[in-house]
Design a protein around this ligand. Structure first.
Ligand SMILES: [Zn+2]
Length: 136
């Protein structure tokens, strides 16, 4: 139906991919599988994913923020992104894993609630149009 919902789904997929990728590199280090780590760690890929998450997040959340004042969702998204980035600089495994999971959860959560907000808004517009006598 809605093209604008697609970008949120894309954002969720991308943040999950980044989460799985970061998680696997962290675990490879923890278990001492350094050959696998060297294989998995890729600065360019990580950078591309981070940029993608940020761009898609802003592109998906900004229109809703302007239309519906969903400041909380934008804050949740940015907070999640900061958590993911912070997790990369943590030296202990458990802080790294905790920050990473919380960050990914916050990013996917922001997109999830953004989709809900878009659907609600679309229903509202439809109801207003119907009430006004438009055929949709
Ligand atoms: Zn990542």
């Amino acid at each position: 139906m809605n093209k604008s919902v697609f970008i949120d789904k894309l954002g969720i997929c991308l943040s999950l991919c980044c989460g799985i990728h970061c998680l696997s590199t962290t675990i490879f280090v923890a278990i001492g599988a350094l050959e696998l780590f060297d294989l998995a760690v890729n600065e360019k890929l990580e950078f591309a994913m981070s940029c993608g998450i940020l761009l898609i997040g802003v592109a998906a959340l900004l229109p809703q923020l302007i239309a519906q004042r969903t400041y909380g969702l934008m804050a949740l998204f940015i907070g999640g992104f900061i958590l993911v980035k912070t997790s990369e600089n943590m030296t202990t495994l458990w802080t790294q894993l905790t920050l990473l999971s919380l960050g990914i959860l916050a990013i996917t959560g922001a997109h999830y609630f953004n989709i809900k907000s878009k659907r609600k808004h679309a229903e509202y517009i439809k109801a207003v149009k119907e009430a006004a006598g438009y055929r949709t």
